[in-house]
Design a protein around this ligand. Sequence first.
Ligand SMILES: [Fe+2]
Length: 148
Amino acid sequence: MSRIPRYQEHLKTGFTAEAASAARCRAYAVRAERDGLANLARHWRALAEEKDRLAIELLEAAEQVRGTDADLGNAISEERYENDALYPRMIRDVHEQAAADVLLKVVAAQKEHLRRLEALRESVNAAQGDVSLPVEVDRGTAPSAPAS
Ligand SMILES: [Fe+2]
């Protein structure tokens, strides 16, 4: 385990808290929508967006956003660790089938994420500047990556 300075550790903890909080707000929005409360859902989503902004600010301040190669490398090793160590350990440890099923589903989805990240790293290595953006990725909101 690499040691990072304490201020970075705290900024990262803040990032994890705000990122989780944003995701939680979105889950509440989905529930509100299902309950027929469309306006409440919009409030939850607006809060989620603000939490996202805070999370980004915290991760940048923690110097954990370093540009294309480092970011892709980080995302890939994180996904590998989760798929190879974190989730399998939890799956072996739970006896409730429903919980194990959710965890298995996450691993299956993440394997596909890992494939995408690896493909992305290959096209970044092959490309001179930015990578191409296939339609399935571009839903009208994808910001373009900076040229390397
Ligand atoms: Fe993940």
